[in-house]
Design a protein around this ligand. Structure first.
Ligand SMILES: Cc1cc2nc3c(=O)[nH]c(=O)nc-3n(C[C@H](O)[C@H](O)[C@H](O)COP(=O)(O)OP(=O)(O)OC[C@H]3O[C@@H](n4cnc5c(N)ncnc54)[C@H](O)[C@@H]3O)c2cc1C
Ligand code: FES
Length: 276
């Protein structure tokens, strides 16, 4: 759906060095959005041309309020497109396409383990919220560069959910020093429930991290969904710019579009070394 979103909040998040922004848009997308879906937002430098840059930028839906008709987007300023987006002011109307793609699924019961690397945390918050509403047990494993990043990227909102948090940082400034997979592995080893199929995992972050999470889950027979965040062109299945390689249940290699068939896929179906 192509629609307009009116900016109702646009603010810096935490430490300015992290270049993180929170953008709340009012519009009809909130009525149908699901955790794990994304929007493709038009960013235009009107001082140059109304078609520059041409491509919309994909951003995950990080919060959904259907009562207020609002979605929250959390993003990091990476390059030109997000720099232009960061200039949007309250009251501005932005052209937004969405909700796009297929989101995460939830088990009917049991535990949901969320595993996030860096800003991969953003699409997981509405998922945690939905899972808790459905009565599932949720825990979060989240790794980032340092304490400043985790605090800026919404740690207090996660603490407010009251779920177990397993934090790690590369420099050891908060939580365990090292990679996010370390803590997940420790707990999987201790957890007898793992073999009973009571745990499902959902992961989002850098590709190497999601590959490692998938391998870990495979070793402990835990089913995992991953959200592939790759560069996109059209975001609606027309340009084939986001095609990735998967392997189906019969062992046959197939190609799918991340924007339309994903961005969420079962971890075990992703061919990590070739995908996208
Ligand atoms: C489905 C999906 C959901 C996303 N959700 C979010 C989100 O919630 N918050 C957020 O901050 N970002 C998210 N991203 C990434 C975001 O789309 C890019 O950061 C953004 O498009 C960069 O645009 P730019 O013009 O600012 O940077 P560019 O000038 O295009 O690129 C700047 C740098 O960022 C890298 N980059 C660009 N796009 C991506 C990408 N998709 N993945 C990894 N690196 C990239 C480039 O290689 C380059 O090094 C998502 C991407 C996808 C595909
Ligand atoms: S981005 Fe064009 S087909 Fe997916």
């Amino acid at each position: 759906m192509l629609t307009e979103g009116q900016v109702v909040v646009h603010e810096s998040l935490g430490d300015e060095e992290q270049r993180l922004r929170r953008l709340v848009l009012k519009g009809p997308i909130a009525r149908t959005a699901q955790a794990g879906q994304f929007v493709a937002i038009q960013v235009q430098d009107s001082s140059i041309s109304s078609f520059d840059p041409l491509l919309r930028r994909p951003i995950s839906i990080a919060g959904i309020s259907s009562e207020r008709d609002e979605i929250t987007l959390l993003y990091r300023i990476q390059g030109r497109g997000t720099e232009i987006l960061a200039r949007a002011k309250c009251g501005d109307k932005l052209s937004v396409m969405g909700p796009l793609g297929k989101g995460f699924s939830l088990p009917e019961k049991g535990e949901l383990w969320l595993v996030a690397g860096g800003i991969g945390i953003f699409p997981l918050y509405p998922l945690a919220h939905r899972a808790l509403t459905q009565g599932l047990t949720v825990r979060l494993f989240w790794g980032g560069e340092n304490k400043s990043f985790l605090e800026s990227a919404g740690l207090s909102s996660w603490k407010a959910l009251g779920i177990p948090l397993h934090l790690s940082t590369l420099d050891g400034s908060l939580g365990q020093k090292g990679l996010v997979t370390g803590q997940a592995q420790e707990l999987l080893e201790k957890s007898s429930a793992a073999s009973g199929g009571h745990i499902r995992a959902a992961a989002c972050g850098p590709k190497k991290m999601m590959q490692a999470v998938t391998e870990l889950c495979k070793n402990y027979k835990v089913s995992v969904e991953v959200s592939l965040e790759e560069r996109m062109g059209c975001a609606v299945g027309a340009c084939l710019g986001c095609v990735c390689t998967l392997i189906d249940e019969a062992g046959v290699l197939i190609h799918k579009k991340v924007c339309q068939d994903g961005p969420v896929f079962r971890g075990e179906e992703v061919v990590w070394d070739e995908s996208c």
